[in-house]
Ligand binder design. Structure first.
Ligand SMILES: O=C(O)Cc1cc(O)ccc1O
Ligand SMILES: [Fe+2]
Length: 455
């Protein structure tokens, strides 16, 4: 069964439609009708507008949401810098080596904020230009009466272990392994564990723009990730104007906090296109060849963040490798050897990946790899030998597996945490993967004798 089709437990409720202009009210009549800012909002609520794009962004990309809340978010104390040991800053070492990491740890005794570590990235959030890749691992829910928002970019979260119960200003999301969610910049949220189970996974943060569905070109108007399968929370609020809440933010890679005497989760109704959402990867409608050769992995793009400077070139594509039938005839079915001007960061949620050995020292679930701009890579020697000799019957590949790739036009740098502090880098990745590639060259006899320019 290729589809996950996760059930929605009762306490979560969603609306659907990627980038749809939605409206939701936890109390009927809480949304003003026909206007955003009446002199007095229904039920004595305050109107607050959250702009996810500049006011004058073109209509197709304009993302704004009006929230109707009990106390405006502006009512809080001054921010204070918070000391922080984890790797959150965009400070990079740039090296061309192919890199692979063993499965990352589930950090003990930390919550979502302290369990986030940037492993690699590019650019600078202050210039709204770049990407960052994180590993998260935590064994604790965020402390009571705390919330977080990211000032630097939108975060696409890819859980690998454990479910996240994410309470956002716009409502609640349950996000499990094989699902993803996107938390746009500025939106307040908190992350709780489910049944106290540890969590681990990956994050793709984009400093510029927002995620979009990829163009489908000749594929037509359906397939890949369909708009209707994106789930957006409905409004749900708590009424708490008494207790003290601490709100943290990551602001240019540094942590700050402020306090307020009201909950950030007091939005009774909202309306707009700027909101968090989730997607079940099992619903991805995969396209593959039914004839020959290996199509580019862009066919498996779930979401893309374009570099507006250059159409067709993404600052980040989120690409998956789901279970699918491979039927190509007279074809080397895995990806071939290649070099890419885009950089490829890959992770494994579960199972194995077609071009790489798994097991200890291989490409394992909860592990990752980086093949930077123009760094040569491809199947390891064992995968090459297998794929060039296997009988080409139709096979269901990657059953029970889910690998993914963050592909970026940027040259990607590695943080100190990614290079040394995490202690997961495999020292002999390149040599062990490709050092053993054998010479199978069989020239015609004349050439082997040194004729025809071959010596
Ligand atoms: O390097 C990789 O394994 C990722 C990848 C997959 C694919 O099917 C084609 C090209 C590519 O870079
Ligand atoms: Fe690749």
């Amino acid at each position: 069964m290729p589809l996950t089709n996760f059930e929605t437990p009762k306490r979560y409720s969603y609306q659907t439609g990627f980038l749809a202009n939605l409206e939701t009210e936890a109390i009927p009549g809480a949304l003003p009708i026909g206007q955003n800012s009446p002199q007095k909002c229904p039920y004595g609520l305050y109107a607050e507008k959250i702009s996810g794009t500049s006011f004058t962004a073109p209509r197709w990309e304009n993302q704004q949401t009006w929230v109707y809340r009990i106390i405006p978010s502006a009512s809080h104390a001054a921010f204070e810098a918070v000391p922080c040991d984890n790797s959150l800053e965009a400070k990079f070492n740039y090296i061309p080596d192919q890199l692979r990491w063993d499965p990352f740890d589930v950090n003990t005794d930390v919550d979502w904020i302290r369990g986030l570590n940037m492993v690699a990235g590019a650019g600078d959030p202050a210039l709204k230009n770049g990407v960052a890749y994180y590993i998260y691992g935590a064994t604790r829910s965020m402390a009571e009466k705390t919330a977080f928002y990211n000032s630097d970019g939108d975060m696409l979260i890819v859980p690998q272990l454990g479910a996240l119960d994410i309470w956002t200003e716009m409502g609640r999301l349950l996000v499990r392994p094989n699902e993803i969610c996107v938390l746009p910049r500025g939106i307040r949220y908190r992350v709780d564990l489910v049944d106290n189970q540890p969590i681990r996974g990956f994050v793709l943060e984009i400093y510029n723009g927002h995620f979009q569905l990829p163009e489908l070109g000749p594929i037509g108007s359906n397939c890949l990730a369909n708009a209707r399968d994106f789930q957006i929370p409905v409004a749900v609020y708590t009424y708490d104007t008494k207790s003290t809440w601490t709100v943290y933010t990551k602001f240019r890679g540094r942590l700050f906090c402020t306090s307020q005497t009201h909950t950030p989760f007091d939005v009774v109704a909202w309306e707009g296109r700027y909101y968090p959402y989730k997607y079940d990867l099992g619903r991805f409608n995969t396209i593959e060849t039914i004839s020959y050769d290996h199509p580019d992995p862009s066919l498996n793009t779930v979401l893309t963040a374009t570099s507006n400077a250059h159409p067709g070139t993404a600052i980040a594509d989120f690409v998956i490798f789901p279970p699918r039938w491979l039927v190509a005839e007279d074809t080397f079915r895995p990806p071939s050897y290649h070099r890419n001007c885009m950089s490829e960061f890959m992770g494994l949620i579960q199972g194995s990946y077609i071009a790489k050995g798994g097991g200890k020292g291989g490409f394992q679930a909860a592990g990752a790899s980086l093949h930077n701009c123009m760094s040569s890579h491809g199947p390891d020697s064992a995968a090459f030998d297998k794929a060039s000799n296997e009988e080409l019957v139709p096979v269901k590949a990657s059953v029970g597996s889910m690998a993914f790739m963050f592909e970026s036009c940027y040259m990607v740098g590695i943080t100190d945490w990614g290079l040394t502090k995490c202690s997961k880098l495999q020292p002999k990745y390149c040599e062990e993967s490709w050092g053993g590639l054998r010479d199978y060259f069989q020239p015609p006899r004349a050439a082997a004798n040194g004729e025809n320019g071959v010596h």
